[in-house]
Each structure stands twice: as C-alpha cells, then as structure tokens.
Write a protein that binds this ligand. Structure first.
Ligand code: MG
Length: 253
C-alpha cells in the first residue's frame, strides 16, 4: 500500500513538474497584422495560432448591450454610461467596430480549440454587476459554450456571483491579488490570476494554489525575462501581449 502511494505521489509530482505553461493572448492576439486590442480580428488571430486562450474585457453599455472593450473610456466616453449606437460609431484604431459579446461568442463557437477568457469588468453597483454577470452566463449558455469559456474578474462580488449562478464546473479566477490562494479556494473560485508583481512578492502562492487544486494565471507578462520567470515558476497560464515570444520560450524548454 505504501509503495502504491509512493508511486502515485511520484507520478503526480512528475505530472505537475513537466506540465507546460499555456498561453493566453491578452485582449486577443492584437500585435499582428492590422489588428487592435479586443477586436474581432484579435480573437480570430488567437484562434489561428491555436493559443490556449484569448482574453477579452466585457462592459455593459448604458442601454444594456454587452460589449468587448477594455477601459471605461472609449473615445473619451464612459462606455458604461453611453448607448451602444454612440459607441459603435467611434471605431477602434484599426477601423474595426467595437464587437459585442454576442459577436465574440459566435466567433468563439467557430473554433473552440482556443478558449475564450472573459474578463467581466467592475461596474458601479453590486446590483449592476449581478445583472451583467447573469446576462453573460445566459448568453454563453445560449451558444452552448460553457466548456469553452473561463471567467476572470477584479470584483470579488462578480466572482462570487459567477460561482453562485454559473454551471457546474465553471472556471472562475480572481484578479485583484490581495486574497491568499486558500481564501480564493474557500470562496469557491477555481484559480488565481494575479499580476506578476504580486506573484513575484509571493512566489510561494504559485505552488500553494496548485496544491489546493487552483489554476495559476499571471498577467500581463510581455518581456522575455518575465515570461521566462513565469515558465520557470510553473504557472499554468501566461497572459501576454507577446504570445509569439511566450510560444518560443515554452517550446525551447
Ligand atoms: Mg482584461
């Protein structure tokens, strides 16, 4: 019995030792061709390169449309307080239109080898965050993408609502960085997705999280040195604007 246990532990350790870090293209793979952050083409590019994941940021417009855009400010407009029609008229820097979440899900469905990593942005009140979270879950369900989507958020409330209202097996990683892996586990989250500054300050959190069965994602690492550090630490996912460099370094390992 002891022997079996020993081999099981040895196998498990070897498995985690040799598990490769996977690439998440931050706001899609935008640093190629004439793409732009959070554009539809950035998702298509990530799919073409078969990256593990393509991250995107979701905000709700004043009139309740879920759109893929990062900041509160788009062309000097607060996207959460502006109607979709007005935002749509202000193009992205490459001439594309701000995609809706629905357009993104339709594209995600065309090639599910690349997961869509949905960041739900913080909204002004917990009530609005709950509504946004429920609407996103409903739309993902409508397109039958629950296994092909993972969620991240800075808002603890959003992460808790995802756990509460999401389907069984939902993947939810917390971004804000102040909670220990154990605290995240106790809240029902399935991963930590922390800034590299946080993980450099607490490198012990990487193995602690993995020992608790949590995934570890690190953002946003773009330099060769930071990407290499992340690979050496054995993180599960590397979120980067420079996915080709990450691919090169992972394959070199
Ligand atoms: Mg993001």
């Amino acid at each position: 019995m002891k022997k079996i246990l020993f081999f099981a532990v040895a196998l498990f350790s070897a498995g985690s030792l040799f598990a490769q870090s996977q690439i998440v293209a931050h706001r899609g793979f935008h640093a190629t061709g004439n793409s732009a952050r959070n554009s539809l083409s950035a998702l298509v590019n990530a799919q073409e390169y078969k990256f593990f994941g393509s991250e995107c940021d979701i905000n709700e417009t004043k009139d309740g449309v879920l759109i893929v855009v990062h900041g509160l400010n788009h062309a000097d407009m607060n996207v959460q307080e502006t109607d979709y029609a007005t935002l749509k008229a202000a193009k992205l820097e490459n001439g594309e239109t701000i995609p809706t979440l629905e357009e993104y899900l339709i594209q995600a469905k065309k090639n599910t080898a690349t997961k869509l990593i949905i960041e739900i942005k913080s909204h002004a009140t917990p009530e609005r965050e709950t509504r946004v979270t429920k609407n996103i879950l409903a739309m993902v369900k409508k397109y039958k993408l629950k296994k092909d989507v993972e969620y991240i958020a800075f808002s603890k409330h959003v992460c808790q609502e995802l756990v509460k209202y999401g389907p069984k097996g939902i993947q939810v990683a917390y971004l804000n960085g102040e909670l220990t892996p154990l605290e995240c586990k106790q809240l029902g989250f399935t991963g930590i997705d922390y800034n590299h500054g946080v993980l450099k300050k607490h490198p012990e959190w990487i193995k602690a999280a993995q020992a608790l069965g949590l995934t570890v994602n690190i953002w946003t690492v773009n330099s060769t040195a930071d990407i290499q550090w992340s690979i050496d630490q054995g993180v599960d996912y590397i979120t980067t604007d420079n996915p080709l460099e990450a691919k090169r370094l992972i394959e070199k390992k």
